[in-house]
Design a binder for this molecule. Structure first.
Ligand SMILES: [Zn+2]
Ligand SMILES: [Zn+2]
Length: 398
């Protein structure tokens, strides 16, 4: 080995220039005393990393065995993490970067480009790229296997809501998807009035019913059927059946409360609107703005159905809002009256427009007492109902 002329780096330290021990080209001095090309040819840091691997995917539900079975998108971070965990020997090198190389989705191949670093001869660090090929193989997951096998379910939850429009049911569907509450289901069957959720065991079904009752007002009934029994061992195989009925009222429905229930709810007016459906039914008196919550127990004790549904609503436009000095009824919470002029949307295209005028009640905010002109949804809903007769025809007030 021979030294060439010294050179100085920007930090002021001087390095000797040497000749590579393999090919004798002039290089800066390094711990291996080899040029990069010779170093690469003599040492392969990707040695021990398997480049051809297999990952399993279920054709029925499209999930990948990460493990456990997870629904991850192609070229997603989650799938990349799962693939990297499957590469043996990756813990012996330093992983600098990993990116997807695009492959045709039907090719059943996944490609990842890795950039890895490893310390080689005499402390010299070598960086190298490697492409790992994954072959996607089909394997049926346990849930799909169970759903295809006959008679494997042990509990079924039949969720029903007997109404013409299923606003509450759609809300519940969104909640199920958001919280993945249906993840233990092995099969879901849709019916006209609701859905059947099948479970392999009884416990997930009970958890599922608890989730339902926490989000919508429900009542449930339970029945079980003996499938097989071993009398000598005193054990039996049962199929558990739960019927969960959701209250047949939805948001924005007009209801007439039974007199005992109205008296029970601080003497609220019987003609009320359903404001929201949560764990209970929230109603609002559109004349006073008074709100009350009907608990599940109270609802099923004094059952009622809607007089008119939100499908019969007609859009109105607010023309003006004027605050009134005297409130008509002051309840425990301070309320202020508003005079709201509204006009039916259909009148905007007719020749003789019709104007309406009414008083609304809106609870004032505690800090500011400014008039809000955009929060009259409740009183306006009253007009929507008043101006549509039972046949859905429009009536105009002179
Ligand atoms: Zn060399
Ligand atoms: Zn599956």
């Amino acid at each position: 080995m021979s030294f060439a002329a010294d050179s100085v780096n920007p930090m002021g330290q001087s390095y000797a220039r040497i000749l590579c021990c393999m090919c004798s080209i002039e290089i800066m001095q390094n711990p291996a005393n080899m040029c990069v090309a010779c170093l690469r040819s003599s040492v392969d840091i990707t040695e021990g990393i398997n480049r051809q691997l297999t990952i399993h995917s279920c054709r029925g539900c499209g999930r990948f065995l990460c493990p456990p079975w997870q629904s991850v998108a192609l070229e997603s971070k989650e799938l990349l993490a799962a693939c990297l965990r499957k590469i043996p020997g990756l813990n012996k090198v330093k992983l600098v970067d990993a990116v997807w190389i695009w492959t045709e989705p039907h090719s059943m191949r996944l490609k990842i480009k890795l950039t890895i670093q490893k310390e080689v001869i005499n402390g010299a660090v070598l960086q190298q790229a490697a492409v790992i090929d994954f072959t996607v193989r089909n394997q049926q997951c346990k849930n799909c296997e169970a759903s295809y096998a006959q008679g494997v379910w042990h509990a079924v939850v039949q969720v029903r809501q007997r109404v013409s429009h299923k606003r509450t049911f759609f809300f519940l569907e969104q909640m199920l998807l958001k919280h993945s509450a249906h993840s233990d289901c092995i099969n879901i069957v849709t019916f006209k009035d609701g859905m059947d959720f099948y479970f392999k065991e009884r416990q997930p079904a009970v958890r599922f019913i608890d989730f339902l009752s926490g989000h919508v007002p429900t009542k449930s009934k339970y029945a079980r059927k003996l499938v097989s029994a071993d009398h000598s061992a005193n054990i039996g195989d049962f199929k558990h059946n739960y019927i969960v009925e959701i209250v047949p009222v939805c948001k924005d429905d007009l209801v007439i409360l039974p007199a005992p229930l109205a008296r029970n709810l601080s003497d609220i007016s019987p003609l009320t609107l359903i404001k929201t459906i949560g764990a209970g039914v929230h109603v609002v008196d559109f004349l006073t703005g008074e709100r009350q919550e009907i608990s599940v127990e109270k609802y099923w004790r004094h059952e009622f159905i809607p007089v008119m549904t939100s499908r019969q609503l007609i859009p109105f436009v607010v023309l003006s809002v004027e605050p009134l000095l005297q409130a008509q009824r002051v309840s425990a919470k301070q309320r202020a009256s508003r005079k709201v002029s509204v006009k039916c949307v259909c009148d905007f295209v007719s020749f003789f427009p019709t104007y309406l005028s009414t008083n609304t009640h809106k609870q004032q905010p505690k800090l500011t007492r400014k008039t809000h002109t955009h929060s009259h949804s409740t009183p306006l809903l009253f007009f929507f109902f008043c101006h549509s007769d039972s046949h859905g025809r429009m009536r105009r007030r002179p």
